[in-house]
Design a protein around this ligand. Structure first.
Ligand SMILES: [Zn+2]
Length: 425
């Protein structure tokens, strides 16, 4: 996730400094009020963790969310694109309309839970932190509700189902989300392996693009020669990161020297070939399939044409049938201007220690937040949840995934402040 100034008159300077001191008072209130609800938020999180629900089955979670939002006095819509819930908090004056999105679903896994408040749904666990995301969003809704008289614009809270299925965002949009709310901007977060409370941001692409490619040839092609030829073509794209096992590569993400928090990161510009194989289809056609990760959108767009040109210039040209992408996953793309504003806003309240830039794109993960960003400019952040001293590592989808719950407090504070600023701006 992803990163100004004008010459102002003396008069404006006076106005600005007054506005900032007013904001600082609001922000102090945000911190105090978050402290006051923290215990309740931890209870909610543990309850959600005990009762995880997989994609499309988030009935109980959605019910708890809707009841909580109603109790806060928000206007609540339920059943949006499945079990989606939307809360609307209207300020009294003229201001921006800002959306915050949290996802609610858990993951099927047989790996045993590592916390005391274990999952009671066999084979399902919150190993992607969506219980924490949901809790933080409820926390932000609480803080903003308590400061309702200070709110100018409108805050929307989107509780999305089925993120793990990569369908929830699309289903909510199809279900009329942007007919019922009209946000100017949208924000959201995902728990990441950084130290608890650390917020990471990045402008533009946050993850690598994931693509599946398929090239088809007529049956008379020599299978061994064709496979060797195609492998050589695909291997020629590999750059920066050697193709080793995914977890080996993922473990380098947090490396202080080559990981994504270092300007010199190896994750800035890479192509990873995930796998490639040639097989014979039922009708005898040869089908070559390759999956890869690529950071650069232009390269993704050009690769098909480049490979096609090389095939046509080879001895396989007469057997060549077609080449196309058969699937893929997108990355969140953070609006550069809003990213810079958000980073500056949170830095000014919480300091640069807590709010840090990323320089690389994370491989192997995806996030359907991009489907909102295709309609509304926004920023998706990472929020660290690890506490190495306590042995807590928040690497999503790893078997021993856990979250230091103090990050709930940090997340609610920072993002409540950010939303207040955006709604009132
Ligand atoms: Zn997730």
């Amino acid at each position: 996730m992803k990163f100004r100034h004008t010459l102002i008159s003396l008069f404006l300077t006076t106005v600005v400094s007054f506005a900032q001191s007013t904001t600082k008072a609001h922000h102090k209130k945000v911190v105090q009020e978050t402290d006051a609800i923290y215990k309740r938020l931890v209870d909610i999180r543990r309850d959600l963790h005990r009762h995880p629900e997989v994609s499309h089955k988030e009935e109980r979670t959605a019910k708890i969310v809707a009841e909580y939002l109603k109790e806060l006095g928000l206007e609540v819509k339920t059943g949006v694109g499945g079990h989606g819930v939307v809360g609307i908090l209207k300020g009294g004056k003229k201001g921006r309309k800002i959306a915050w999105r949290a996802d609610m679903d858990a993951v099927p896994t047989e790996e045993p839970d590592v916390v005391d408040f274990k999952s009671e749904n066999k084979g399902v666990r919150h190993i992607c932190g969506h219980d924490v995301h949901t809790t933080i969003a409820l926390g932000i809704a609480t803080i903003l509700s308590k400061q309702k008289e200070e709110l100018k614009g409108t805050a929307y809270f989107i509780f999305q189902p089925a993120e793990e299925a990569y369908t929830g965002a699309k289903d909510m949009i199809k279900g009329g989300l942007f007919e019922m709310i009209k946000p100017d901007e949208i924000y959201g977060l995902h728990i990441g392996p950084e130290v608890t409370g650390t917020i990471n941001y990045k402008a533009n692409e946050l993850f690598a693009y994931k693509k599946s490619l398929k090239a088809k040839f007529r049956p008379n092609t020599n299978i061994k020669e064709l496979e060797a030829f195609m492998n050589t073509l695909m291997n020629s794209y590999i750059r920066t990161i050697e193709s080793s096992s995914p977890w080996e590569i993922i473990n380098k993400i947090g490396d202080p020297k080559i990981g994504i928090t270092n300007k010199e990161t190896i994750f800035k510009d890479y192509f990873i070939l995930e796998g490639a194989q040639l097989y014979t289809e039922d009708n005898g056609d040869r089908s070559y399939n390759a999956d890869f990760l690529e950071t650069n959108r232009k390269n993704v767009d050009n690769i098909l044409e480049q490979i096609k040109t090389k095939i046509i210039a080879s001895k396989f040209k007469d057997d060549f049938i077609s080449i196309a992408y058969t699937g893929g996953l997108l990355t969140p793309i953070n609006d550069p201007k809003l990213t810079a504003i958000a980073a500056k806003t949170m830095n000014s309240f919480y300091g640069k220690e807590r709010v840090q830039p990323l320089y690389g794109q994370v491989p192997y993960f995806s996030e359907d937040f991009i489907f909102y960003q295709q309609k509304v400019p926004g920023v998706f952040f990472f929020l660290g949840g690890s506490n190495p001293e306590k042995g807590i590592i928040s690497m999503p989808h790893s078997p021993n995934f856990a979250v230091d719950e103090s990050t709930i407090k940090y997340g609610v504070q920072c993002f409540s402040s950010l939303l207040m600023e955006r709604v009132n701006g």
